[in-house]
Design a protein around this ligand. Structure first.
Ligand SMILES: Nc1ncnc2c1ncn2[C@@H]1O[C@H](COP(=O)(O)OP(=O)(O)O)[C@@H](O)[C@H]1O
Ligand SMILES: [Mg+2]
Length: 328
């Protein structure tokens, strides 16, 4: 994968305050990258540098290979920015708002009309075309602002805390919209200080605290590196006793628990009976994915019937607490 964003020792000072401290960030093309960190961590500063609104004190940042320092004009054509606080001109209608920015981008009149229609449809505001911006809900204003950020068809969308202040429904709509944008080939960088806002939305995350990147990569990869073993959840319809015996002696199974068992006694209280099942077993598995495939094959070959066999997905909250210390 090629990187659409790359920063090298990116540093920004506000007076004596070091807001970004040698930040090295890479965002692969096509990712939905969640930029997570507590308030004051340096998220907005990073985003403002990537959108050329702010100059770095030292270091370098590139968007699609173009330097924000030496060629800011070219970078502006590549990125669309939705700031955390956006001014919408309240006395304008939705389409007029987009038309205003379309003119600013120098989009010809005919193309502009068509584009405004397409973008309003994309963000589900087609029916609000002639409504004053003032009358839109917060979620709708945000989607309008997103349409605005897309007027010049940027490759990279940078959204600063877009989910803050949205109700759960608007948040789900935002998530769906981001998926659509990704399907259109856009890379999306989205920040939040609330981790759960970004859960399930992102392919990659980076955790920043006090201007330093603490962890970054694919969500699943980070989870795995924090937790050396996988917990595999196995639901058994028949052959539970046999399955349990096989798992207990398997070299890669470090620990085996019966779901719902509160203590060792309950975990070892005689063989499992299929009549009282289905039973779910939780195996702490130290092998790799290949070994996991072999385990499933061996169980099935031995006549065990399984209705569910999956690695438990870890919690993003866990990672966050693990890597941050909560001080900014
Ligand atoms: N315009 C500014 N002048 C002085 N300090 C600033 C300014 N903007 C941000 N900072 C400081 O830089 C640090 C990072 O801020 P910011 O990038 O806004 O963090 P975040 O978006 O993660 O909450 C904070 O310590 C903040 O107080
Ligand atoms: Mg911010």
């Amino acid at each position: 994968m090629t990187a659409i964003v790359e920063t090298r020792d990116l540093t920004r000072r506000y007076g004596s305050n070091l807001a970004l401290d040698h930040l090295n960030l890479t965002i692969p093309e096509g990712a939905i990258f969640g930029f997570i960190g507590p308030n004051g961590a340096g998220k907005t500063t990073t985003m403002r540098i990537l959108t050329t609104l702010l100059a770095p004190s030292a270091g370098e940042a590139r968007v699609a290979g173009v330097s924000v320092v030496s060629d800011p004009r070219a970078v502006r054509r590549l990125v669309g920015f939705m700031p955390d606080f956006f001014g919408v001109y309240d006395n304008m209608k939705s389409w007029e708002y987009l038309d205003f920015f379309g003119r600013a981008y120098g989009i010809p009149a005919q193309r502009r009309q068509q584009l405004i229609g397409e973008l309003l449809e994309l963000v589900d505001l087609g029916h609000k075309r002639n409504d004053p911006v003032m009358s839109l809900s917060r979620g709708m204003k945000q989607r309008l602002s997103l349409a605005r950020a897309m007027m010049h068809d940027p490759q990279l969308l940078i959204l600063d805390e877009p989910a803050s202040g949205l109700d759960p429904r608007a948040r789900i709509e935002l998530r769906e919209l981001l998926k659509e944008l990704r399907a259109l080939g856009k890379t999306i960088m989205i920040s939040s200080h609330i981790l759960t806002e970004l859960a399930e939305m992102c392919t990659h995350i980076g955790i920043i605290e006090r201007g330093k990147l603490l962890a970054a990569g694919e969500v699943q990869q980070i989870l795995r590196s924090m937790r050396p073993h996988r917990i595999v959840e196995i639901r058994i319809v028949s052959g539970a006793a046999h399955a349990e015996a096989m798992l207990r002696t398997h070299p890669d199974v470090l620990e085996l628990r019966r779901e719902g068992a509160r203590d060792t006694e309950e975990n070892e209280s005689g063989p499992l009976n299929d009549a009282t099942g289905p039973h779910t077993l939780l195996a702490d598995f130290a092998g790799d994915e290949h070994a996991l495939g072999e385990l499933l094959a061996a169980l099935v070959t031995a006549g065990v019937r399984i209705s569910h066999f999956a690695e438990q997905s870890g919690d993003l909250e866990d990672i966050f607490l693990h890597v941050t210390r909560g001080i900014v």
